[in-house]
Design a protein around this ligand. Structure first.
Ligand code: 3PG
Ligand code: MG
Length: 444
């Protein structure tokens, strides 16, 4: 991933200077981000760390440490590593940093497997050895004691917020109890911005609030890809189901020049066109919707590319015999499990004609080789173009990042979002409650 590569990104996130002057903790003239909004009109106006005077202050930092766990340890530390710079910057500036997160879905009560305790040492490691204290509750006596004991530059992590029913309920009392632990609030959890939960929504209204560095980076790159992109702009949408991505396709139609559809989703479209898809995963009941999307694309002159050839097998199973067939030769008893090589080459060529690519979802059943080859090939083509400075490539959502890691090219994309559901909802054009709360806070 090459953060600096997105020269096309608008400067963004200008904090309102007047609002800054009016607020305690918000010194004059420190706003770093000045010019972008007037130009594009697309970015939310948020405060950033540049607008907060954090020295000696207890700063609540909401991050997303919802990482995959294996044998009681994080098996992928990407999300931890990506928020570490914000925590480190706050600590270096003399803040007393109180880190908030959820893990999994423990449904409002303590569940041992979902404790954040094992993430304290992982966070320490990410912070280059900076010590991280741990409190075994989030609003109880231990959290209060740990918060009170923090000295300037020290960091503490509180227990899983979702052990409390008030978190997911966006409960005002729970938010107040969190707010009582600190004086300032920093939201660095873009991946949670689609959740109207207490630590991302209600809390932002109770304390002077700002976006963290990861939140800034996510918004800058997403906006540069979708709102003010270098064109032509292509969106590659894969994954299993059309039904989960209908709104996404609807919003993309109005914004992009080319839509590439792959994965199980493509089968729904192929079936809607009257093609034989055998026993492939497909949502036949959505045929009408798929035809409607194709017709709307046609009317707007937005190109939708569907597979021209595919890889089929009897079942999705490692090592099973697979063969390539043209799109009009799918056997009745076969399953489509990947795009074919002619399609992969076509997609690579069409992406080469574009200057921006948004990638969400794999093109085939990439976890089960050989059905990873279409995704691998197109991902590598996008990575080569990006490295050559010819393409801005932004990827995110669910399996996408795993698929790009699998292809060995994650580091070559311009930007990989840490968000799953939030990335999707942002692409769908929805208002994300976490961002809305920060926008309100910036105007307060
Ligand atoms: C995510 O990983 O999508 C975020 O951490 C939010 O978690 P959730 O989907 O359980 O709300
Ligand atoms: Mg999710």
């Amino acid at each position: 991933m090459r953060e600096g590569a997105s020269a096309a990104a608008p400067a963004l996130l200008r904090a309102g200077e007047r609002a800054a002057k009016e607020r305690q903790h918000l010194p004059e003239g420190r706003s770093r981000l000045r010019d972008a909004n007037e130009k594009t009109g697309t970015m939310p106006e948020l405060r950033t760390l540049d607008d907060l005077d954090v020295r000696g202050k207890r700063v609540l930092v909401r991050v997303d440490l919802n990482v995959p766990m294996k044998d009681g340890k994080p098996s992928d530390t990407t999300r931890i590593d990506r928020v570490a710079p914000t925590i480190d910057e706050l600590a270096r500036k003399g803040a007393r940093v109180i880190v908030l997160s959820h893990l999994g879905r423990p449904k409002g009560k303590p569940v041992a497997g979902y404790s954040l305790a094992p993430l304290a040492p992982a966070l320490e490691k990410s912070l280059g050895g900076r010590k991280v204290a741990f409190a075994r509750d989030s609003v109880g006596p231990e959290a209060r004691a740990v918060a009170a004991k923090l000295e300037d530059g020290q960091v503490a992590l509180l227990e899983n917020l979702r052990f409390e029913p008030g978190e997911e309920a966006n409960d005002a009392r729970f938010a107040k109890a969190l707010a009582a632990l600190g004086e300032l609030y920093v939201d660095d959890a873009f991946a949670c911005a689609h959740r109207a939960h207490a630590s991302v929504e209600a809390l932002a209204r109770l304390l002077p609030a700002a976006a963290g560095r990861l939140m800034e980076a996510e918004l800058r790159h997403l906006a540069s890809a979708l709102e003010a992109p270098a064109r032509p702009l292509a969106a590659l949408v894969g994954g299993a189901k059309v039904s989960t991505k209908l709104e996404l396709l609807g919003n993309l139609l109005a914004k992009v020049d080319l839509i590439i559809i792959g994965g199980g989703m493509a089968n729904t479209f192929l079936a809607a066109e009257g093609r034989e898809v055998g026993r492939s995963l497909a949502e036949h009941e959505l045929s009408g919707t798929a035809r409607d999307i194709l017709a709307r694309a046609n009317a707007r002159k937005t190109t939708i590319l569907l597979p021209r050839d595919v890889v089929v097998a009897a079942r999705l199973e490692p090592g099973i015999a697979a063969r390539m067939v043209a799109i009009d030769a799918v056997p009745k008893d076969a399953m489509i499990l990947d795009i074919g090589p002619a399609t992969a080459a076509l997609l690579a060529a069409r992406i080469a004609d574009c200057r921006t690519l948004i990638w969400n979802g794999p093109l085939g059943a990439f976890e089960t080789p050989p059905f990873d080859s279409g995704t691998n090939e197109v991902a590598r083509a996008a990575a080569r173009l990006t490295k050559a400075g010819k393409l801005v490539s932004v990827a995110g959502g669910g399996d996408t990042v795993a698929a790009l890691h699998h292809a060995g090219v994650a580091q070559d994309f311009t930007y990989l979002s840490t968000a799953g559901g939030a990335f999707l909802e942002w692409l769908e054009g929805k208002t994300l409650p976490g961002l809305a709360a920060l926008e309100v806070a910036a105007k307060a």
